[in-house]
Design a protein. Structure first.
Length: 98
């Protein structure tokens, strides 16, 4: 196992990686960093843990959209912005997930 140094939102991480897969891991890190930065830059979310959860949900939702056919009924799909608002409403202002 090799190690890769990565930075997400200015914080450095050492990640274990299968040899030869470093470029793919760094691409995943870049995607997560971009998603978390976009959430941070929107200004609503301050807690790093909350940004991470929202980024994970956004990316999982995007992945699910790629693998699941879109619903036939117009207006029945939930866009990411609406999903974020629902999560924000559910979590309230505590800024803590645990």
């Amino acid at each position: 196992m090799s190690q890769v140094e990565a930075t997400i939102l200015g914080q450095s991480y050492k990640l274990a990686c299968t040899p030869g897969r470093e470029a793919q891991l760094l691409e995943a890190v870049a995607i997560v960093d971009r998603e978390m930065s976009a959430i941070r830059d929107a200004g609503k979310v301050k807690a790093r843990e909350r940004m991470a959860v929202l980024a994970a949900l956004n990316l999982a939702y995007q992945k699910a959209e790629q693998t699941v056919p879109a619903p036939a009924a117009p207006g029945s799909d939930m866009d990411v912005a609406r999903l974020i608002r629902r999560i924000d409403d559910a979590l309230g202002d505590d800024g803590h997930l645990l």
